[in-house]
Design a protein around this ligand. Structure first.
Ligand SMILES: Cc1cc2nc3c(=O)[nH]c(=O)nc-3n(C[C@H](O)[C@H](O)[C@H](O)COP(=O)(O)OP(=O)(O)OC[C@H]3O[C@@H](n4cnc5c(N)ncnc54)[C@H](O)[C@@H]3O)c2cc1C
Length: 370
């Protein structure tokens, strides 16, 4: 590669998703000259394809630490960058005793979670009241509009002096330099935040952590709800997923009960959940399929499952507005892949579906690393 280039910066971030933007923001706060390169013309990765749910309460271990940092950054950045961060928490609706048991056990660990009876959950979220046996409110959780938030942060960072190089693919990275499709860029420090495409630039790191692509069926729908859905809404399926819930003693019995009631839900690794952006539509998801690549073909059975379960939960018809495939990095071994393959180069990947919860919070830990 060439020597120091004219546009040399202190910190060069590869990847303009929420993880890369978090690094750029933190580096900027620390007074660094910062640039971001992304091969796309704008933000089109997982950071705009998700629910926009910062799912703070059920995180454990390092994810909980990153989530608390991220929460502070979401609320700080929202007024600066001009996007909405709803601080109304999230709800879980329980429709069977095993779901209530997991929520009660999680509460008994001291988690910041308020248990609700059947009447209270039906007052809080517009589900078919006949099916709810109770639920919970998770007061710390946040909601952003996923199509608005990361693009707004990028636009604001640009006004603060962060340079963005769009449509610029990183082809190779070494200490001090990134070889791109538009020439070399140099920096004192490089942070690579390319999500599942970590395997394109650092295959050995990705393979050691067994990182694959997890692809998800997602849709946005018009649903004549009894009243607006004001917070993210999780279901019993979500209690099998987030570590704080999934680690509870009753989670095994819940999994058995859900598998008996809806085998297709297990087959599709369903996480039935919802958020409603400011336009009143409802984001509906999701399924999970993991493999090395992300083939573009989406089996209609996955959508049929989401639509049937959504109509059952809300007791209302669903009109699909758009469908998409989400993709994120997934590792069976760890929730985060944070490595320094060569001096001055950090690789930062969230290797499960909690990057909107934790992504903005990784930055101080990464930048503090020697
Ligand atoms: C359907 C779905 C629902 C989800 N729901 C939630 C949720 O509600 N809550 C939550 O916490 N998390 C959720 N997640 C997870 C979350 O969205 C991701 O963990 C997070 O967005 C990952 O951010 P990122 O910056 O690592 O990746 P991305 O947003 O994918 O950004 C990576 C960027 O790297 C760029 N790139 C890749 N390779 C190169 C290269 N060689 N050169 C230059 N640029 C490159 C890409 O163009 C892309 O812009 C969901 C994910 C999906 C897919």
């Amino acid at each position: 590669m060439t020597g120091r280039t004219d546009d040399h910066v202190d910190v060069l971030v590869v990847g303009a998703g929420i993880v890369g933007l978090g690094i750029a923001y933190e580096a900027m706060l620390r007074g660094a000259r910062v640039a971001v390169v992304d091969r796309a013309a704008g933000i089109v990765g997982a950071s705009v394809r998700n629910f926009g749910h910062a799912c703070i309460t059920p995180q454990t271990g390092e994810a909980a630490r990153y989530a608390q940092e991220a929460r502070r950054r979401w609320t700080t950045l929202a007024p600066l960058a001009g996007f909405t961060a709803r601080e109304r928490g999230a709800h879980v609706v329980a429709r069977r005793a095993e779901e209530l048991a997991v929520l009660e056990e999680h509460r008994s660990t001291g988690a910041d979670l308020r248990l609700l009876d059947a009447a209270a959950i039906a007052d809080a979220v517009p589900v078919d009241a006949a099916t709810a046996v109770g639920g919970a409110h998770l007061p710390q959780d946040l909601q952003v509009d996923p199509r608005e938030a990361a693009p707004a942060i990028a636009a604001w960072l640009a006004t603060q002096g962060v340079q963005f190089h769009w449509r610029t693919a990183a082809l190779g990275i070494e200490t001090g330099a990134v070889r791109t499709a538009r020439g070399d860029l140099t920096a004192d420090r490089i942070v690579v935040c390319t999500n599942h495409d970590v395997d394109q630039l650092f295959p050995a790191l990705a393979e050691a952590a067994e990182v694959v692509r997890c692809r998800l069926h997602m849709l946005r729908a018009a649903i004549p709800l009894a009243f607006p859905l004001a917070t993210p809404l999780l279901t019993g399926w979500s209690l099998l997923r987030y570590s704080g819930f999934a680690g509870m003693p009753s989670a095994g019995a819940l999994r058995t009960a859900l598998a008996e009631a809806l085998p297709e839900g297990i087959r599709w690794d369903l996480n039935q959940m919802y958020t409603s952006p400011p336009d009143g539509s409802v984001i509906v998801g999701d399924t999970h399929e993991r493999e090395a690549d992300a083939p573009p073909f989406q089996d209609e059975d996955g959508f049929r499952l989401l639509l049937a379960e959504t109509e059952r939960l809300f007791g209302a018809p669903v009109r699909v507005l758009d469908r998409w495939q989400g993709v994120y990095a997934s590792s069976p071994r760890q929730e985060f892949l944070v490595e320094r393959p060569v001096p001055g180069v950090d690789v930062v990947t969230v290797t499960t579906g909690i990057g909107m919860t934790t992504g903005l919070g990784l930055a101080p830990f990464v930048l503090d690393g020697a």
